[in-house]
Write a protein that binds this ligand. Structure first.
Ligand SMILES: [Cu+2]
Length: 106
């Protein structure tokens, strides 16, 4: 997922929520001593005229505790709260997408 900011002023993604999940977090994977660690992000800055790419191994959204069983082909709604306003997007559920990582250090 790519978040673009066409404005001439930085925008900030401040929080993310979904009616389909009880817990949604913004993370960034960083290499710490050669090990990929997920760091909780309080906010993600989208620079003026720039973009932020959300993908495995970098910034990503962590959707946890689904409120209903989800399978490939379903879609979920995610609400992004930016400094400039809210935006709701629909995302498809895909199988085997993303990185399998151990969250036990959270
Ligand atoms: Cu994560």
């Amino acid at each position: 997922m790519t978040i673009s900011n066409a404005a001439d002023k930085d925008d900030v993604l401040m929080s993310v929520s979904s009616s389909d999940f009880n817990m949604v977090e913004m993370h960034k994977t960083e290499m710490v001593d050669g090990v990929g660690r997920m760091i909780l992000q309080e906010r993600i800055v989208v620079p003026a005229g720039g973009q932020v790419v959300l993908k495995p191994g970098s910034y990503h959204l962590m959707l946890m505790k689904a409120q209903r069983p989800l399978k490939a082909g379903d879609s979920i709604m995610v609400e992004l709260s930016f400094e400039s306003g809210k935006q709701t997007i629909e995302m498809p559920v895909r199988k085997g997408e993303g990185m399998m990582m151990d969250h036990s250090h959270h």
